[in-house]
Design a protein around this ligand. Structure first.
Ligand SMILES: [Zn+2]
Length: 248
C-alpha cells in the first residue's frame, strides 16, 4: 500500500488510526526535509536561541494557527492558546507564559486574538441566553452527566458572566440580532483580556521599568493589542485597542 499522507488523513474514511498517526510523522519529515534543503542553517541556528517579537494569546481552535496565518516561521511567535483566548488571573499557565515572554524572551507585542464563529463564545452566549438550538458545546451548570466537575463549564464561566453583564447583548431569538450579539461578545472578550493584561503585574512592571519615551514609537517597549481573526477570509482585524506604556 502506498504511504499515507496528511492529505489522506483529512479524509477520515480512508485511513485507520495507526496509519493516520504514521501520516503525521511522515508529514513532519517532509516538512523538515524541505526546510533543511531551502536553508540548512535555519533550524540549527534557531535551536540556539529564540527571539520572538510576539506573545500570542489565542483560541485553541484548530483553524487559527498563529504562525501559519501570520505567514511566519518557527521562532516568530511565543504562543499560548486556550478555549476563547482568555487571560485569567488564576490560570498559572498563562501567567507563567506572560512572565517568561516579557521577562526572558523580551517580546515587543502581546496580541490577544479572538475569532469569528468561536465555539467557546457561542457556548457561553447560549448558556447566558438559552434557546433550543444546536451548539458546539452545551453548558451543564457545573456538573456533567456523571456528576463530576466539568472543566469546559468552569473555563467558560467568565464568558457567561461577561455575556450577562454587558448591556445590550441579550437576545432571546435566533437570527441576525443574535449573531451580531455573539460577534460583539467575541470582541468584548478580547477587550477584557487586553484590560487584564494591562493591569497585570508583569506588564505594569515592564512599563514602569522601561527606559525611553512612552508611546507606540518607542523601541523595546511592550505593546498590548487586540485582534479578531475572521475564519471566512483569513484576515486579522485590528480592534484598535492597542495600549502602550502610559506617559506618567
Ligand atoms: Zn475559539
Amino acid at each position: 500500500m502506498a504511504s499515507t499522507t496528511l492529505d489522506d488523513a483529512r479524509d477520515e474514511s480512508s485511513v485507520n488510526p495507526r496509519e493516520e498517526f504514521a501520516a503525521f510523522l511522515e508529514s513532519n519529515k517532509q516538512w523538515s526535509d524541505k526546510v533543511n534543503q531551502e536553508d540548512p542553517n535555519f533550524l540549527p541556528e534557531l535551536a540556539k536561541k529564540q527571539e520572538p517579537a510576539i506573545l500570542w494569546i489565542g483560541c485553541a481552535d484548530s483553524r487559527v494557527p498563529e504562525t501559519v496565518i501570520l505567514n511566519g516561521l518557527p521562532g516568530d511567535v511565543f504562543t499560548t492558546r486556550n478555549i476563547a483566548n482568555q487571560f485569567l488571573p488564576d490560570d498559572n499557565s498563562v501567567q507563567a507564559i506572560l512572565q517568561y515572554a516579557v521577562g526572558v524572551a523580551h517580546v515587543r507585542h502581546i496580541i490577544v486574538v479572538g475569532h469569528t464563529n468561536c465555539g467557546g463564545i457561542i457556548s457561553a452566549y447560549n448558556a447566558a441566553y438559552p434557546i433550543d438550538e444546536p451548539t458546539p458545546y452545551t453548558y451543564h451548570k457545573g456538573l456533567d452527566a456523571s456528576n463530576t466537575i466539568n472543566s469546559v463549564d468552569q473555563w467558560i464561566a467568565p464568558l457567561i458572566q461577561l455575556a450577562v453583564s454587558t448591556p445590550g447583548l441579550g437576545t432571546a431569538e435566533p437570527g441576525p440580532e443574535r449573531d451580531r450579539a455573539v460577534h460583539e461578545l467575541a470582541i468584548k472578550n478580547v477587550e477584557r483580556q487586553v484590560d487584564a493584561l494591562c493591569s497585570s503585574h508583569v506588564v505594569r512592571s515592564a512599563w514602569a521599568h522601561a527606559h525611553g519615551p512612552p508611546g507606540p514609537n518607542s523601541p523595546k517597549l511592550v505593546g498590548v493589542h487586540g485582534c479578531l481573526y475572521h475564519l471566512e477570509s483569513g484576515l486579522l482585524e485590528d480592534l484598535k485597542i492597542s495600549r502602550y506604556r502610559p506617559s506618567h
